[in-house]
Design a protein around this ligand. Sequence first.
Ligand code: NCD
Length: 292
Amino acid sequence: MSKHLTHTKDLNKEEILQIFSMAREYLDEKKREDLKGKLIINIFFENSTRTRSSFEIAAKRLSADVVNLDVAKSSTSKGETLFDTAANLDAMGPDAIIVRHHRSGVPKILSKYVRASIINAGDGAHQHPTQGLLDLFTLIEVFGDLEGKKIAIVGDIRNSRVANSDIELLTRFKAKVLLVGPPHFLPKTPLPKTYSLKEAIEFADAIISLRTQTERHKHPTFASLKDYAQNFKITKELIKDKNIYIMHPGPVHRNIDIDDEVLADKRSLVLRQVKNGVAVRMAILKHLIREQ
Ligand code: NCD
C-alpha cells in the first residue's frame, strides 16, 4: 500500500472500494475522533475554493489538527526552495501534507523527501486524484456498477488534470468513456472522440463538463468563451427529458459550460459531488494516515 496519493494509480481497486465504503459511512457524520492527535498541513501554491475547504472540513470532521499555510505569506515568497519549505514543514511532524502546485509532478517529487503522507490536491495539468475519486464515487452512487456505463467528458480535456484522473479511474472500472470538445482540446489517446455535443448527449448516461483552462493556454484558443459555449454548452434544449446525469468539478463557467436551467435541474449532480467530496476525502485521510 502506498502511503502517498499523488496519482490515481497509487490505489488499487480493492483499496478504492474500501475507501468508498468508509466514505459512505462518513456521508452524514458531523464529527468523529478517528484522527484525533494527527496533524495535517494544507499547502496550496495555486488557487482553490472547493478542494482546500473540502480537505480542511474532512480533516476537522475526523478531529485532526489542521494548519493552512498561506503560501503568499510563507518563505517561498522570500526565495526558499520548495524542498526546503517541505523539509521544514515535515520536521514539525505532520501526518499528511496536502499539496496543490501549478507544476506537474511536484507532489510526487516531494513524496520522496518527506516522512508525512503527501496528498496531491492537483498538480498542473497532470493529476487531481481526489477529484477523480469523488467523481467515481458519485457515479457509483447513482449507477451501482459502472461496467458498460457511458460517460462523456466535455471540454478542455487536454489541459485538465481532472480529466486525466477521471479517465484513468473510469476506464479501470470498465465504463465506456467518450471525449468531447474542439480538436485543440482533445488529447492524443486511443479513446473514442467526437466534436459533436449532440452526439455525445445521445450516447451518454452521464456527462462530466469541464471548465476551459484559460490559465494553461499559451495562445488564446477561442475568440471568447461565448464562441466555445455555442458548440459545447450543455443546455436544457439539448438534454431534453433524457435520463442523463450532469457533473462538473467546479468552478463552473455558468452559461458557458452548463446553462442555469440544467444546473438547477434534478439531473445535475454538481452539488452532490461537493458533498461527496468531503466524505471521500475523510476516507482517504483515514486510509493513508491510520497505517503510519
Ligand atoms: C479543478 C481543479 O482545480 O483542477 N477544480 C477542482 O479542484 N474542483 C478544475 C478546474 O479548475 O477547472
